[in-house]
Ligand binder design. Sequence first.
Ligand code: ATP
Ligand code: MG
Length: 181
Amino acid sequence: MYLKALEVQGFKSFPDKTVLNFGEDITAIVGPNGSGKSNISDAIRWVMGEQSSKALRGGKMEDVIFGGTEKRAPVGFAQVTLVLDNTGHLFPSMDESEVAVTRRYYRSGESEYYINRQSVRLKDMTELFMDTGMGREGYSIVGQGRVDEILSTKSTDRREIFEEAAGISKYRHRKEEAERK
Ligand code: ATP
Ligand code: MG
């Protein structure tokens, strides 16, 4: 499995539609301070369903929408699409060799999620990534401070990391959901 492409539009410092194509090998993103490197990893985290604006280094969710500069007016919505290779069936529920996930967010606060261009709920997006190690609860994006967190958090929090790695967090999640009903 690897990330094939990322398309950002109206997200943080990317007012125009910008497509990044990744290869199967290692990709490194380099650039001066403030040029948007971290905004790219934020976009990847966001499209997979991140709900915490703090995790996205903002105060409120609207901060992910391009807010304008001296030369450019703000835009009305942010959209990110992430294309993932699925030839190894990382997503067992998907037959397609490629899975494209999209998230769009308007200033009104309205969110839209798509999996292979079909409109879905946030819940479907979260479930898609569950047990893949990716997604908002996943361990595949290691942000600053995360290593310390893994070493020092409570044993229950550490267990969640191992549950995700072992591929059983889906069942814990469903059990908790059933108990709430
Ligand atoms: P560093 O090397 O310092 O880590 P970086 O390349 O990771 O820098 P980012 O943090 O990705 O940089 O980008 C910061 C830039 O993104 C800032 O110039 C900031 O103004 C811009 N930015 C963030 N959110 C928005 C937004 N909503 N609208 C417009 N610009 C934004
Ligand atoms: Mg950075």
